[in-house]
Design a protein around this ligand. Structure first.
Ligand SMILES: Cc1ncc(COP(=O)(O)O)c(C=O)c1O
Length: 382
Protein backbone atom coordinates (compact mmCIF):
# COMPACT_ATOMS: atom_id res chain seq x y z
CA UNK A 1 0.00 0.00 0.00
CA UNK A 2 1.31 3.49 -0.87
CA UNK A 3 2.37 5.51 2.20
CA UNK A 4 0.10 8.48 2.83
CA UNK A 5 1.40 11.78 4.19
CA UNK A 6 0.56 12.28 7.88
CA UNK A 7 -2.30 14.74 8.50
CA UNK A 8 -0.99 17.70 10.53
CA UNK A 9 -2.85 18.70 13.69
CA UNK A 10 -3.23 22.23 12.26
CA UNK A 11 -5.00 22.04 8.91
CA UNK A 12 -2.91 23.84 6.29
CA UNK A 13 -4.57 26.87 4.64
CA UNK A 14 -2.07 29.51 3.49
CA UNK A 15 1.59 28.88 2.55
CA UNK A 16 3.22 30.53 5.59
CA UNK A 17 6.51 32.44 5.76
CA UNK A 18 9.51 30.11 6.09
CA UNK A 19 9.95 31.04 9.79
CA UNK A 20 7.61 31.17 12.79
CA UNK A 21 6.83 34.52 14.41
CA UNK A 22 7.02 34.88 18.16
CA UNK A 23 6.70 38.61 18.86
CA UNK A 24 5.67 41.95 17.32
CA UNK A 25 6.36 45.58 18.12
CA UNK A 26 5.08 48.55 16.09
CA UNK A 27 5.87 47.96 12.43
CA UNK A 28 8.15 44.97 13.02
CA UNK A 29 7.70 41.29 13.84
CA UNK A 30 10.38 38.95 15.23
CA UNK A 31 11.07 35.31 14.42
CA UNK A 32 12.13 32.54 16.78
CA UNK A 33 15.80 33.38 16.14
CA UNK A 34 15.20 36.98 17.31
CA UNK A 35 15.50 38.42 13.78
CA UNK A 36 13.36 41.46 12.92
CA UNK A 37 11.14 41.77 9.81
CA UNK A 38 9.54 45.01 8.56
CA UNK A 39 5.85 44.22 8.34
CA UNK A 40 4.24 45.75 5.25
CA UNK A 41 1.67 42.94 5.24
CA UNK A 42 0.13 43.54 8.67
CA UNK A 43 -1.13 39.98 9.12
CA UNK A 44 -3.68 40.33 6.27
CA UNK A 45 -4.15 44.11 6.75
CA UNK A 46 -5.14 43.72 10.41
CA UNK A 47 -2.50 45.40 12.59
CA UNK A 48 -3.75 48.98 12.16
CA UNK A 49 -2.16 50.44 15.30
CA UNK A 50 1.01 48.38 14.92
CA UNK A 51 1.90 45.19 16.70
CA UNK A 52 1.04 45.08 20.39
CA UNK A 53 0.33 48.80 20.71
CA UNK A 54 0.83 49.44 24.47
CA UNK A 55 -2.53 51.22 24.94
CA UNK A 56 -4.43 48.42 23.18
CA UNK A 57 -2.55 45.76 25.17
CA UNK A 58 -3.35 47.58 28.43
CA UNK A 59 -7.03 48.02 27.53
CA UNK A 60 -7.33 44.31 26.72
CA UNK A 61 -5.43 43.20 29.84
CA UNK A 62 -7.50 45.47 32.12
CA UNK A 63 -10.76 44.34 30.52
CA UNK A 64 -9.76 40.65 30.75
CA UNK A 65 -9.09 41.06 34.44
CA UNK A 66 -12.41 42.88 34.97
CA UNK A 67 -15.00 41.02 32.86
CA UNK A 68 -13.63 38.73 30.16
CA UNK A 69 -16.99 37.99 28.56
CA UNK A 70 -20.67 38.52 28.66
CA UNK A 71 -23.01 38.23 25.69
CA UNK A 72 -25.69 40.69 24.51
CA UNK A 73 -27.95 39.16 27.16
CA UNK A 74 -26.53 41.90 29.42
CA UNK A 75 -25.97 45.59 28.74
CA UNK A 76 -22.27 46.45 29.13
CA UNK A 77 -20.94 50.01 29.48
CA UNK A 78 -17.84 49.06 27.46
CA UNK A 79 -20.05 47.86 24.57
CA UNK A 80 -22.12 51.05 24.64
CA UNK A 81 -18.94 53.13 24.55
CA UNK A 82 -17.52 51.06 21.67
CA UNK A 83 -20.76 51.64 19.71
CA UNK A 84 -20.57 55.40 20.36
CA UNK A 85 -16.91 55.53 19.28
CA UNK A 86 -17.27 53.55 16.06
CA UNK A 87 -20.47 55.25 14.89
CA UNK A 88 -18.90 58.68 15.49
CA UNK A 89 -15.66 57.64 13.72
CA UNK A 90 -17.45 56.11 10.71
CA UNK A 91 -20.19 58.74 10.35
CA UNK A 92 -22.86 56.00 10.48
CA UNK A 93 -25.75 55.91 12.97
CA UNK A 94 -25.96 52.44 14.44
CA UNK A 95 -23.83 49.30 14.74
CA UNK A 96 -24.21 45.54 15.15
CA UNK A 97 -21.01 43.88 16.35
CA UNK A 98 -19.99 40.48 15.04
CA UNK A 99 -16.75 38.54 14.68
CA UNK A 100 -15.30 38.36 11.17
CA UNK A 101 -15.42 40.23 7.90
CA UNK A 102 -17.43 37.50 6.20
CA UNK A 103 -20.00 37.53 9.03
CA UNK A 104 -20.49 41.29 8.75
CA UNK A 105 -20.91 41.07 4.96
CA UNK A 106 -23.19 38.03 5.25
CA UNK A 107 -25.48 39.98 7.58
CA UNK A 108 -25.47 43.09 5.37
CA UNK A 109 -26.41 41.03 2.29
CA UNK A 110 -29.02 38.99 4.18
CA UNK A 111 -30.66 42.17 5.50
CA UNK A 112 -30.68 43.71 2.02
CA UNK A 113 -32.65 40.66 0.78
CA UNK A 114 -34.98 40.88 3.80
CA UNK A 115 -35.62 44.62 3.63
CA UNK A 116 -36.22 44.83 -0.11
CA UNK A 117 -37.86 41.43 -0.73
CA UNK A 118 -35.76 41.20 -3.92
CA UNK A 119 -34.00 38.07 -5.18
CA UNK A 120 -30.69 39.29 -6.59
CA UNK A 121 -27.50 40.80 -5.26
CA UNK A 122 -25.15 43.16 -7.08
CA UNK A 123 -21.35 43.23 -7.08
CA UNK A 124 -18.33 44.18 -9.18
CA UNK A 125 -15.79 42.31 -11.27
CA UNK A 126 -12.77 41.61 -9.07
CA UNK A 127 -14.62 42.08 -5.75
CA UNK A 128 -13.63 39.90 -2.77
CA UNK A 129 -16.00 39.69 0.21
CA UNK A 130 -15.44 36.47 2.18
CA UNK A 131 -16.10 32.75 2.33
CA UNK A 132 -19.65 32.32 3.71
CA UNK A 133 -22.37 31.58 1.15
CA UNK A 134 -23.80 35.07 0.55
CA UNK A 135 -20.31 36.58 0.72
CA UNK A 136 -19.16 33.97 -1.83
CA UNK A 137 -22.16 34.83 -4.03
CA UNK A 138 -20.78 38.34 -4.50
CA UNK A 139 -17.09 37.38 -4.62
CA UNK A 140 -15.35 37.19 -7.99
CA UNK A 141 -12.85 34.40 -7.36
CA UNK A 142 -13.88 31.25 -9.26
CA UNK A 143 -11.47 28.93 -7.46
CA UNK A 144 -13.36 29.43 -4.18
CA UNK A 145 -16.86 30.12 -5.58
CA UNK A 146 -17.16 27.43 -8.31
CA UNK A 147 -17.52 24.43 -5.95
CA UNK A 148 -20.65 26.08 -4.51
CA UNK A 149 -22.03 27.50 -7.77
CA UNK A 150 -25.45 25.84 -7.31
CA UNK A 151 -25.90 27.21 -3.79
CA UNK A 152 -25.09 30.85 -4.50
CA UNK A 153 -27.61 33.71 -4.76
CA UNK A 154 -27.87 35.09 -8.33
CA UNK A 155 -25.67 38.16 -8.58
CA UNK A 156 -25.54 40.92 -11.18
CA UNK A 157 -21.85 41.61 -11.71
CA UNK A 158 -20.63 44.71 -13.50
CA UNK A 159 -17.20 46.23 -14.21
CA UNK A 160 -15.73 48.24 -11.32
CA UNK A 161 -15.32 51.97 -11.83
CA UNK A 162 -16.98 52.01 -15.28
CA UNK A 163 -19.57 54.82 -15.57
CA UNK A 164 -21.03 53.53 -18.84
CA UNK A 165 -21.50 49.98 -17.52
CA UNK A 166 -23.05 51.37 -14.33
CA UNK A 167 -25.54 53.46 -16.28
CA UNK A 168 -26.53 50.44 -18.39
CA UNK A 169 -27.00 48.02 -15.46
CA UNK A 170 -30.54 47.09 -14.39
CA UNK A 171 -30.83 47.28 -10.58
CA UNK A 172 -34.61 46.84 -10.49
CA UNK A 173 -34.46 43.39 -8.82
CA UNK A 174 -31.16 43.98 -6.99
CA UNK A 175 -31.57 44.03 -3.20
CA UNK A 176 -28.11 45.31 -2.32
CA UNK A 177 -24.92 46.20 -4.17
CA UNK A 178 -21.65 45.53 -2.35
CA UNK A 179 -18.40 47.27 -3.24
CA UNK A 180 -14.84 47.36 -1.90
CA UNK A 181 -14.05 51.08 -2.28
CA UNK A 182 -10.52 50.03 -3.26
CA UNK A 183 -10.41 46.49 -4.58
CA UNK A 184 -7.55 44.98 -2.67
CA UNK A 185 -7.12 41.33 -3.65
CA UNK A 186 -7.82 42.21 -7.30
CA UNK A 187 -4.59 44.24 -7.33
CA UNK A 188 -5.41 47.59 -5.64
CA UNK A 189 -7.94 48.85 -8.18
CA UNK A 190 -9.47 52.29 -7.62
CA UNK A 191 -12.50 54.13 -9.01
CA UNK A 192 -13.22 57.85 -9.30
CA UNK A 193 -15.19 59.97 -6.84
CA UNK A 194 -17.60 60.67 -9.69
CA UNK A 195 -18.21 56.91 -10.14
CA UNK A 196 -18.96 56.41 -6.43
CA UNK A 197 -21.41 59.29 -6.52
CA UNK A 198 -23.10 57.84 -9.62
CA UNK A 199 -23.34 54.48 -7.83
CA UNK A 200 -25.04 56.17 -4.84
CA UNK A 201 -27.48 57.97 -7.14
CA UNK A 202 -28.28 54.77 -9.05
CA UNK A 203 -28.99 52.86 -5.83
CA UNK A 204 -31.23 55.71 -4.62
CA UNK A 205 -33.15 55.75 -7.89
CA UNK A 206 -33.70 51.98 -7.90
CA UNK A 207 -34.35 51.31 -4.20
CA UNK A 208 -31.18 49.22 -3.95
CA UNK A 209 -29.19 49.26 -0.70
CA UNK A 210 -25.56 50.31 -1.06
CA UNK A 211 -23.06 48.30 1.01
CA UNK A 212 -19.48 49.51 1.41
CA UNK A 213 -17.18 46.63 2.32
CA UNK A 214 -14.62 48.65 4.28
CA UNK A 215 -12.94 45.62 5.81
CA UNK A 216 -9.62 46.74 4.32
CA UNK A 217 -10.24 50.42 3.49
CA UNK A 218 -11.63 51.40 6.89
CA UNK A 219 -10.12 52.33 10.24
CA UNK A 220 -7.95 55.12 8.87
CA UNK A 221 -6.15 53.17 6.16
CA UNK A 222 -6.79 55.74 3.40
CA UNK A 223 -5.93 58.68 5.66
CA UNK A 224 -9.63 59.29 6.42
CA UNK A 225 -11.56 57.27 9.01
CA UNK A 226 -13.34 55.30 6.26
CA UNK A 227 -13.36 55.35 2.45
CA UNK A 228 -16.92 56.72 2.63
CA UNK A 229 -15.44 60.01 3.84
CA UNK A 230 -12.60 59.79 1.30
CA UNK A 231 -15.05 59.50 -1.62
CA UNK A 232 -17.80 61.70 -0.10
CA UNK A 233 -20.49 59.00 -0.28
CA UNK A 234 -22.64 57.68 2.57
CA UNK A 235 -23.64 54.03 2.06
CA UNK A 236 -26.67 52.36 3.66
CA UNK A 237 -24.48 49.66 5.24
CA UNK A 238 -20.77 49.72 5.93
CA UNK A 239 -18.81 46.70 7.12
CA UNK A 240 -15.57 46.83 9.08
CA UNK A 241 -13.26 44.12 10.49
CA UNK A 242 -9.47 43.54 10.23
CA UNK A 243 -8.01 46.67 11.93
CA UNK A 244 -11.20 47.41 13.89
CA UNK A 245 -9.84 46.11 17.20
CA UNK A 246 -6.13 45.95 16.24
CA UNK A 247 -6.21 42.16 15.87
CA UNK A 248 -8.68 41.09 18.54
CA UNK A 249 -11.29 39.32 16.37
CA UNK A 250 -14.19 41.69 15.80
CA UNK A 251 -16.33 43.03 12.98
CA UNK A 252 -18.99 45.69 12.69
CA UNK A 253 -22.08 46.04 10.55
CA UNK A 254 -22.67 49.80 10.54
CA UNK A 255 -25.88 51.28 9.14
CA UNK A 256 -27.90 54.43 8.70
CA UNK A 257 -30.74 55.34 11.05
CA UNK A 258 -33.19 54.75 8.16
CA UNK A 259 -32.08 51.13 7.81
CA UNK A 260 -31.78 50.53 11.57
CA UNK A 261 -35.37 51.75 12.09
CA UNK A 262 -36.65 48.94 9.85
CA UNK A 263 -35.00 46.15 11.87
CA UNK A 264 -36.58 44.38 14.81
CA UNK A 265 -35.08 42.50 17.74
CA UNK A 266 -33.99 39.05 16.63
CA UNK A 267 -33.17 40.01 13.01
CA UNK A 268 -29.50 39.90 14.04
CA UNK A 269 -27.65 38.05 16.77
CA UNK A 270 -24.27 36.62 17.77
CA UNK A 271 -22.91 34.96 20.92
CA UNK A 272 -19.45 36.50 20.80
CA UNK A 273 -20.26 39.68 18.83
CA UNK A 274 -19.59 42.80 20.91
CA UNK A 275 -17.75 40.90 23.65
CA UNK A 276 -16.10 43.18 26.22
CA UNK A 277 -12.51 42.26 25.27
CA UNK A 278 -13.06 43.23 21.63
CA UNK A 279 -14.97 46.38 22.62
CA UNK A 280 -12.12 47.51 24.90
CA UNK A 281 -9.65 46.89 22.05
CA UNK A 282 -11.84 48.88 19.62
CA UNK A 283 -12.03 51.89 21.93
CA UNK A 284 -8.24 51.90 22.39
CA UNK A 285 -7.75 51.45 18.63
CA UNK A 286 -9.93 54.44 17.65
CA UNK A 287 -8.24 56.51 20.35
CA UNK A 288 -4.74 55.63 19.11
CA UNK A 289 -5.59 56.24 15.44
CA UNK A 290 -7.13 59.64 16.15
CA UNK A 291 -4.68 60.97 18.74
CA UNK A 292 -1.35 59.64 17.46
CA UNK A 293 -1.31 61.15 13.98
CA UNK A 294 -1.98 57.86 12.21
CA UNK A 295 -4.46 59.35 9.69
CA UNK A 296 -1.90 61.92 8.57
CA UNK A 297 0.83 59.27 8.49
CA UNK A 298 -1.28 57.02 6.26
CA UNK A 299 -2.25 59.91 3.98
CA UNK A 300 1.39 60.88 3.44
CA UNK A 301 2.65 57.40 2.56
CA UNK A 302 1.32 57.10 -0.99
CA UNK A 303 2.74 60.46 -2.10
CA UNK A 304 6.11 59.70 -0.57
CA UNK A 305 6.35 56.26 -2.21
CA UNK A 306 5.25 57.67 -5.59
CA UNK A 307 8.05 60.22 -5.41
CA UNK A 308 10.77 57.93 -4.06
CA UNK A 309 10.08 54.99 -6.37
CA UNK A 310 10.01 57.02 -9.60
CA UNK A 311 12.49 55.49 -12.03
CA UNK A 312 12.69 52.16 -10.15
CA UNK A 313 11.43 48.72 -11.20
CA UNK A 314 8.10 49.77 -9.69
CA UNK A 315 6.38 51.39 -12.65
CA UNK A 316 3.25 52.49 -10.75
CA UNK A 317 2.20 52.95 -7.13
CA UNK A 318 -1.52 52.12 -6.95
CA UNK A 319 -4.05 52.92 -4.23
CA UNK A 320 -4.33 55.49 -1.49
CA UNK A 321 -2.91 56.00 1.98
CA UNK A 322 -1.52 52.74 3.29
CA UNK A 323 -3.50 50.41 1.02
CA UNK A 324 -1.04 50.35 -1.83
CA UNK A 325 -0.04 48.28 -4.83
CA UNK A 326 3.42 48.20 -6.37
CA UNK A 327 3.21 47.41 -10.06
CA UNK A 328 6.30 45.58 -11.25
CA UNK A 329 6.80 43.28 -14.23
CA UNK A 330 8.99 41.11 -11.97
CA UNK A 331 6.65 41.13 -8.95
CA UNK A 332 7.29 37.54 -7.83
CA UNK A 333 11.08 38.01 -7.94
CA UNK A 334 10.76 41.38 -6.19
CA UNK A 335 8.69 39.79 -3.41
CA UNK A 336 11.44 37.19 -2.88
CA UNK A 337 14.11 39.89 -2.90
CA UNK A 338 12.18 41.90 -0.30
CA UNK A 339 11.82 38.82 1.88
CA UNK A 340 15.57 38.29 1.65
CA UNK A 341 15.88 41.88 2.91
CA UNK A 342 13.56 41.12 5.85
CA UNK A 343 10.56 42.96 4.36
CA UNK A 344 7.15 41.28 4.32
CA UNK A 345 4.72 42.29 1.55
CA UNK A 346 1.60 40.66 0.08
CA UNK A 347 0.75 39.36 -3.37
CA UNK A 348 -2.54 39.87 -5.20
CA UNK A 349 -4.51 38.13 -7.93
CA UNK A 350 -2.75 40.41 -10.42
CA UNK A 351 0.65 38.75 -10.91
CA UNK A 352 2.25 42.15 -11.54
CA UNK A 353 1.03 43.81 -8.31
CA UNK A 354 2.43 43.42 -4.78
CA UNK A 355 0.36 44.79 -1.91
CA UNK A 356 1.38 46.95 1.06
CA UNK A 357 -1.01 47.17 4.04
CA UNK A 358 1.27 47.91 6.99
CA UNK A 359 0.49 49.39 10.41
CA UNK A 360 -0.78 52.98 10.14
CA UNK A 361 2.03 54.16 12.42
CA UNK A 362 4.60 52.92 9.90
CA UNK A 363 7.95 54.56 10.62
CA UNK A 364 10.15 56.50 8.20
CA UNK A 365 12.82 53.90 8.92
CA UNK A 366 10.56 51.15 7.56
CA UNK A 367 9.68 53.20 4.45
CA UNK A 368 13.39 53.95 3.86
CA UNK A 369 14.24 50.23 4.17
CA UNK A 370 11.57 49.37 1.58
CA UNK A 371 12.64 52.11 -0.84
CA UNK A 372 16.35 51.17 -0.55
CA UNK A 373 15.60 47.47 -1.10
CA UNK A 374 13.50 48.21 -4.19
CA UNK A 375 16.23 50.42 -5.68
CA UNK A 376 18.79 47.65 -5.03
CA UNK A 377 16.69 45.04 -6.85
CA UNK A 378 18.12 43.85 -10.16
CA UNK A 379 15.71 41.62 -12.08
CA UNK A 380 17.34 38.61 -13.72
CA UNK A 381 17.39 38.93 -17.49
CA UNK A 382 15.80 35.98 -19.32
C1 LIG B 1 -12.46 43.21 1.41
C2 LIG B 1 -12.68 42.00 2.28
N1 LIG B 1 -13.93 41.66 2.62
C3 LIG B 1 -14.17 40.60 3.41
C4 LIG B 1 -13.16 39.80 3.88
C5 LIG B 1 -13.46 38.62 4.75
O1 LIG B 1 -12.99 38.85 6.07
P1 LIG B 1 -12.74 37.63 7.08
O2 LIG B 1 -11.55 36.88 6.58
O3 LIG B 1 -12.49 38.32 8.40
O4 LIG B 1 -13.98 36.82 7.08
C6 LIG B 1 -11.84 40.09 3.54
C7 LIG B 1 -10.73 39.25 3.99
O5 LIG B 1 -9.63 39.28 3.52
C8 LIG B 1 -11.59 41.23 2.72
O6 LIG B 1 -10.36 41.57 2.36
Amino acid sequence: MAATAPIPALLPTYAPYPFPLVRGEGDRVFDDAGQAWWDFYGGHCVCATGHSHPAVVKAVADQAATLLFYSAAAALPVRDEAAERITAFSGMDSVFFCNSGAEANENALKLALLLTGRKHLGAFDGGWHGRTLLALSVTDDPKITQPYADQLVPTLRIPFGDLVALAAADFSDVAGVIVEPIQSMAGIKTASREWFQALRAKCDASGTLLIFDEIQTGMGRLGTPFAAQFYGVRPDFMTSAKGLASGVPMSALLMTAEVAAKLKGGDLGSTFGGGPLACAALIATVEAITTEGMLANAAAAAASLRQELAGSVVTEVLGEGLLLGLRCAHAAALKKHLLANHILVGGSSDPTVLRLMPPLNLSDEALDALIAAIHAFVPEQP
